[in-house]
Design a protein around this ligand. Sequence first.
Ligand code: IDP
Ligand code: MG
Length: 141
Amino acid sequence: MRERTLLLVKPDAVSRRVVGKIISAIEESGFEIEDMKMLRWTREEAEGFYHVHRGKPFFEGLVKFMTSGPIVALLLERENAIKTLRKLVGPTDPIEAPPCSIRALYGTNVRKNAVHASDSPESAKFEIEFIFGKGRHLVEN
Ligand code: IDP
Ligand code: MG
């Protein structure tokens, strides 16, 4: 099934100037870029986006990190987009990531792991609408 998902290039990857390499890897994996923008979050925006993690030990560090510089958001579409992107991105900790995954190639540590990718249809809907607006998670035809 054709579906949409969200990728964020995090502040560590933007400051390391690997945005282009990450976008190339995504295009080469068959994703269409439906929309894209650079933004800089306030604390409230970062807390809202990551609301499911509120109360966890890493939450404060995550919010500080995600507001430390600009990020790039991509609205992506392909068959089985959510699972395919999570596989291409790799696990949260780059140390555990397979060599060709985006986090292994461009991540630094478990917090500064280069990218975010939606992990389910429910979170893809919430996250896409959070950044690109109402209804943008729906595939157009
Ligand atoms: P995910 O990004 O692989 O889905 P989540 O568990 O949803 O991982 O965590 C969200 C983000 O919070 C991670 O991508 C990472 O930036 C940060 N994070 C997760 N676990 C830790 C941790 O143990 N220490 C520091 N930061 C963490
Ligand atoms: Mg997650």
